[in-house]
Design a protein around this ligand. Structure first.
Ligand SMILES: [Zn+2]
Length: 293
């Protein structure tokens, strides 16, 4: 089965060295390329994390990717088979610099590998629908790229869950019906809320990344967490539209063959082609020309 990983990270940060090791990997570009070859992953979408891009217009510049080498805007340093979403440092945006921030993002949005925008509510104490994000949503609409939103649990105890609850996506989805919003991690563990927001709003999709970390023994995990996976299955079925559900891993957090098998256990087999591949090509609509090259 050909796969697109709709949510992974390609970020050179100290903490990821240990995280990758627990999943059985090294946090390196070469390791990811080998994983793609071994698991038939044709394309991957990296969420931007870096924090050193310089400002051009007096706004807050996007967070990009840097595992292969520091990002160079004249020369793509990600593999051809990888695109990225520009990460938003929401806490640094103010009403005064929100328009300039959108200009900073506009600088990158026409690049072929720039596929969308990524918000980190929970890590940032800013709600999805906060007005300081609106110029970014208008930009996403103008260029027809999706906005991916971290939802659910945060990796650090300093995160604030009230900002990352999936229900908070509803208001932005209603205000911007022309923007596609992706609820990352299916709001884990608030599956019911994520499913309802996606059920009600046709412009909301779900990615299934980051539900498990490391490289656990599948049978033991299924036994211990049977209710958790049954719930996810139940609420995805309630949402009822597998054309808006995408496979993603959150690499380097998890072992990839393990995670592919896990998601294949949760998603009904007749929807594999959509969930593991087709939906990502449609939702991140700039992937298609990159696949042909
Ligand atoms: Zn992630």
């Amino acid at each position: 089965m050909k796969i697109i990983d709709a949510h992974m990270h390609y970020f050179n940060v100290e903490g990821f060295v240990e995280v990758a090791k627990r999943a059985g990997y090294e946090n390196t570009a070469a390791c990811w390329q080998q994983i793609c070859r071994d698991n038939n992953i044709a394309f991957s979408v990296a969420m931007g994390n870096t924090a050193y891009t310089s400002s051009r217009y007096g706004g807050v510049p996007p967070r990009l990717i840097d595992l292969a080498a520091p990002y160079d805007e004249e020369q793509y340093n990600q593999p051809q088979s990888m695109g990225y979403c520009m990460g938003v440092a929401s806490e640094e945006i103010t009403e005064a610099n929100a328009a300039q921030t959108a200009q900073e993002f506009a600088h990158y949005i026409t690049q072929p590998h720039c596929l969308g925008i990524k918000l980190y509510p929970g890590y940032n104490a800013v709600y999805v629908n906060d007005r300081r994000h609106w110029p970014l949503f208008e930009l996403a609409q103008a260029y027809n790229v999706p906005v991916v939103i971290h939802t659910g649990d945060t990796a650090m105890p300093t995160g604030l869950l009230k900002y990352s609850h999936p229900l908070t996506v509803d208001e932005a989805a209603v205000n911007f019906p022309g923007v596609t919003f992706v609820i990352a991690h299916c709001g884990c563990p608030w599956f019911v809320d994520a499913a309802e927001v996606a059920c009600k709003n046709a412009n909301v999709c779900i990615d299934l990344s980051g539900l498990v970390e490391g490289n656990p023994k599948p049978l033991a995990l299924f036994e211990q967490q049977a209710g958790f996976f049954r719930q996810l299955h139940t609420w995805l079925n309630y949402m009822g539209d597998y054309t808006r559900v995408m496979y993603g891993s959150d690499w380097p957090l998890v072992n990839i063959p393990f995670y592919i098998r896990l998601i294949a256990q949760i998603v009904p087999e007749r929807h594999y082609e959509d969930v593991f591949y087709n939906n990502a090509v449609r939702i991140f609509n700039k992937i298609a020309p990159l696949l042909k090259e």
